[in-house]
Design a protein around this ligand. Sequence first.
Ligand SMILES: [Zn+2]
Length: 98
Amino acid sequence: MSDEPLDLVAEASDKPTREISPINALREELEAVRGRLRALIRQVGEPAMCQGCEANIYFVRHLNGRNAPYDADGVNHFATCPKAENFRRKRGPNHARP
Ligand SMILES: [Zn+2]
């Protein structure tokens, strides 16, 4: 593995520089990612309303065949729903997830 080292630093410094702090650049990037996530969720999800907290959500079918609820910003609704505990399956010690 003696390939030429990637010249990422030089490449990056060739870009036109704006007066923008790294943290603002990260915020812009994060906002762009969130926008793409919202667009993706709208494309693949089925609009619905959470039966627990009545939030607007999207159901997305995972590859394992299960539907999972997502917030419009792409976060799994189980992570944000104030009533998430109501939806958890009761699992015994022999039914723990792998
Ligand atoms: Zn909810």
